[in-house]
Design a protein around this ligand. Sequence first.
Ligand SMILES: Nc1ncnc2c1ncn2[C@@H]1O[C@H](COP(=O)(O)OP(=O)(O)O)[C@@H](O)[C@H]1O
Ligand SMILES: O=P(O)(O)OC[C@H]1O[C@](O)(COP(=O)(O)O)[C@@H](O)[C@@H]1O
Ligand SMILES: [Mg+2]
Length: 436
Amino acid sequence: MLFVPQQVVVQKNSPRGVHFRRAGPRQRVYFEPEDVKACIVTCGGLCPGLNTVIRELVCGLSHMYNVNDVFGIQNGYKGFYSSNYLPMTPKSVNDIHKRGGTVLGSSRGGHDTHKIVDNIQDRGINQVYIIGGDGTQKGAYEIFKEIRRRGLKVAVAGIPKTIDNDIAVIDKSFGFDTAVEEAQRAIDAAHVEASSAENGIGLVKLMGRYSGFIAMYATLASRDVDCCLIPESPFYLEGEGGLFEYIERRLKENNHMVIVVAEGAGQDLIAKSIPVADQLDASGNKLLLDVGLWLTHKIKDHCKSKKMEMTIKYIDPTYMIRAIPSNASDNVYCTLLAHSAIHGAMAGYSFTVGMVNGRHAYIPFHRVTSTRNKVKITDRMWARLLSSTNQPSFLSKEDIMEAREAERLANRLPVPASSSEHTKKHSASVLSNGEK
Ligand SMILES: Nc1ncnc2c1ncn2[C@@H]1O[C@H](COP(=O)(O)OP(=O)(O)O)[C@@H](O)[C@H]1O
Ligand SMILES: O=P(O)(O)OC[C@H]1O[C@](O)(COP(=O)(O)O)[C@@H](O)[C@@H]1O
Ligand SMILES: [Mg+2]
């Protein structure tokens, strides 16, 4: 059996670390094709590529294993117990990958483990393909545990979906590249508007509730962005090293600037200036305050107080970056994920499938549900972004050391040999040059 290591970059004395089974066809198949009754469900927010995964699951089961009893569950988890199951054939899904969204429908909330497993049991389903984000994978884990408790011979295959890229362990989710590409159109528009005005500012808000990956990659891809704000990196407005000081400098130097802000950034700052009670969506996710609108007003007020003429254009493409079909490379990724999921389920495994360090692997549910993938602001990628935009880091040396220590503890890494006060100072300054 082949294994894929979770960490490929390690310290010399690091422990052996976690390994996952490599995905792919198995010599011994657990299910007889004629006995398989499979179902597919999509949950949570939309993501480019959902229909491609559905299509490839239906076609792959039929073409690779001759499995033809496949059903679609409508509108997310609640569809297990509240709607009819839709029979799906290669013919009925033939063209769906060209459309955005999900032909099955999706929803938040409605996860009732017992009702779901009752229905799986009653209808004789023995393969459950669950496509969804971090919340969905937690739900899949609950379903798996209940199936195991009841001793049912049912394979549960989670296929991670998230344009926020917030699912732990995997390299990236399908649809992420498509979303980053689409975000370029909003950034381009912001740049055109900003550069065609005197002291023009273009402000673009992108999705990213807890993780700023879309904002970070869209910024790195664009080259027109002067400042990228993400939830992982707290920022401040006033005073030395603050956002306003940077805006003034950039406008003086260049007459215009573009700011990209992830929707989850600066939530604590907004809450301080507009105190409102926390609101949750049906899945229990916190509903966010509009950082883009808030920032627009704050920047306008600041410039007015400084008697600076300026124009600001706020662009909020929200759903436009996720409600589109997937691009070519995401389509390939979706196909490979679906195939890997089918091979694993046919072998009788239950898992979340994903690409780990460039290889497809079967990952135990708890590994992807116990933490969330976030931009590490002490890591190389964020340092590269800071070098590329030349924006302030909004961080003190102490903040950096604190974030590193938290990361070390979270990953149970040994204390680096170089943790003397002198080296600490040195490593912090090296970090600001873009290297860890
Ligand atoms: N901790 C949890 N346990 C069981 N089900 C969950 C959990 N969190 C979310 N879910 C269910 O997963 C589905 C999708 O979750 P949501 O957070 O909306 O989207 P995503 O899966 O994309 O993160 C919803 O139906 C929700 O009820
Ligand atoms: O309005 P909706 O459908 O709740 O979606 C908004 C949220 O969906 C997201 O794309 C993430 O969705 P998921 O949790 O489903 O991956 C966030 O970026 C955004 O906050
Ligand atoms: Mg989520």
